[in-house]
Design a protein around this ligand. Sequence first.
Ligand code: ATP
Ligand code: MG
Length: 440
Amino acid sequence: MAINSRHCLSKIFQPITAVSKTANIGHKDVTSKSQRLMLELGIIQQANPGSFHFLPLGIKSLNKLKKIVDDEMCKVGGQRVMFPSLINTKLWENSGRLENAGPELFQLKDRHDHSYVLSPTHEEAASELISSVSPLSYKQFPLRLYQITSKFRDEMKPRFGLMRGREFLMKDMYTFDIDAQSAKRTYEEICESYNKIFERIGVGFVKVLGTSGNIGGSLSHEFHFKADIGEDKVLFCNGCNYSANLELCKSHTCPKCGVEKSVDISNCIEVGHTFLLGDKYSKPLKARFLSKSGKPEDLQMGCYGLGLSRILAASVEVLSSEQEMRWPDTLAPYNVIIVPPKAGSKEEKSTKDVAEKLYTKIEDHIPELKDNVLLDDRLFLTIGRRHLDARRVGYRYAIVINQRASENVPLFELNDIKTNVQVYLDENQLYQYIKENTLL
Ligand code: ATP
Ligand code: MG
């Protein structure tokens, strides 16, 4: 294997700095632990309030999340597209959303005095696309289009880092069906696909009845991570298992069984939201199909959002301690970091090339770990210091190469950073341990 195909920490652009020492952000702007950890450990950098540079480790993690989402969207017949961010304001007038939009909507004019919105979601764009080729035959439905793009919202208080940005990454799907029953089936299928996505991510989540707010529609669900800093309140009824955003409940009483004592209310972070829209957008924007009898009819729509950048930060928020970042195995920028001895130490001489060989063998024995192993080649630092860094960034396994790796049967110090276990294992035991304990 060519040397430069190895992922080496010394080559990664990961500026590690206390927030207080970076530009564009002050101490008081740090409002959550995930925000501070991700800024200080070089995962993201703030550009403006609510907009961020994603640095290489952040991109690595984000790409893993996109892969899970693409995979599951593909399984339900999703076709990936990309709508423009600049949307003609007329479409928003036609859908009726402009008058209720408020100051959260970014609006701008071009040099010819034409008005545009920077889209916060794309119901109008998706409907207009279908309308521009309407009427399609009923045979071409159901149609499920999705995209992964930046969304823009002039949030009153951008905060908590990636969790409430003004420019953030969303996966949004728009579905088109020929009647209400098939639209409902589609809705259930996509909700089930969201369950699978969150199960794969591996952070505990809840799905509850949601509010349909400015987007509208007849049925809506939200997906949440429970967390103290969450800005939504969700009601769970122990009596009848009903759960909903508290905004849907009149008081602290279960709206279904009417019992007050049996409800729990938790702070939650909304990570996904689904809407059954009916013809709210297709009717005014004329997204139609030709029925069997040759009559043009309005399509029935659904829309489905996942806040990808928010999911990353919320995962870190839920799993981390104040000092150390933790990731679900599925989203960690790397799963394994190998820490060879310090330059000039006696261990360095007796374990020459061991780290590099182990790197290659791990990738060969555990194909899922291809491109997920990192070599901490900052050999000017002590093992202790690099081990500490590995803990802070939260790689799942730090494998330390020390004197015991030069014994007849080489033994490796495996630090399982998630479970706080340290064991000496031979090579095969090492692969076995990683295979059995990692959710990839
Ligand atoms: P919130 O109530 O948190 O403001 P929302 O209900 O307005 O969110 P939706 O329109 O449902 O958001 O957007 C779909 C998803 O996009 C949300 O479930 C969330 O995960 C994500 N999201 C929404 N606003 C932001 C934001 N400002 N920054 C990051 N992610 C966001
Ligand atoms: Mg929402």
